[in-house]
Design a protein around this ligand. Sequence first.
Ligand SMILES: [Mn+2]
Length: 323
Amino acid sequence: MPPSRRKFKLPHPEPTDALTYARFTGISTFMRLPHITQPEELDVALIGVPFDGGTTYRPGPRFGPRHVRAQSAIIRPWNPVLHVNPFAKHRTADFGDLPVNPLSIEDTFSRIERGIAPLLEVGVRCVCVGGDHSISLPILRAVAKKHGPVSLIQFDAHNDLWDEYFGSKYSHGTPFRRAFEEDLLKDGEVLQVGLRGQVYGEDDFDFAREHKVRMVTAEKFHKKGIAVVQSHLRAFRRKPVYVTLDIDAVDPAFAPGTGTPQVGGLTSVWAATSSKSRHPMTPEKLLRCLPPIFSSNCSASSKWPPSRANFACTTISLWLSGP
Ligand SMILES: [Mn+2]
């Protein structure tokens, strides 16, 4: 992420010092940062979107932001690989949760779009923590209103390009198909990494092929490594990119608390290797693509495991650490 061009007279918020106040004390916020609700005071906003009305199997992502907040208490400010303290570089805070409507997906979508817009308006980078993957659609609507259609890099076991489910056009399996239909995304500029598992038929990939979606299956990723992802990144250079991590991109052995777990996924080592400084897919290279927004599809089933939320916030922290 390029350094902020905005000048702040205020000091940068830092996570509460765990050597003064133990990690398990205090009011729970993302990364123990202060809760700041004024967009004009922020470079980066960490935003909870606690909605799971789009899930079709195991529910629970509505508790995702709350659990990620609790687990993120382990975060320490200095990244020894990138030699950076992201919080000293960017004014970052917990913006709070968007006010979802647990009984209406349409109303929730308009609440999310309205909630994100004022942040984008003043140039805040948004890191949204879900919530199921359906929330990507209203976020993309808000992004496209400000930036026009954007590119997408999606880490996910599923392509989320299905048409409908039980007659509903909106669910966690359909957001990016709707986004293409609404001209929020560009043909040839969507990269999906970690795809795997069974589908209903070969024609499930027709829509992706029509829109020239770049698909990197988990199988290919395991065989060829990060180089296969790197080969696609050229198409995203100097363009606004929306990056989304569905936690089910990661193997359920590492992150089992997800709505539709699939075996054969990426490992937690992937997160570590993607943070090495001269690595082809370093956060700095990814962030040079100027992502206006991240979202993380965070499920939290009743058997919610700490590792899952921990993985999500570790990844967010790594990506935030870019120059
Ligand atoms: Mn998924």
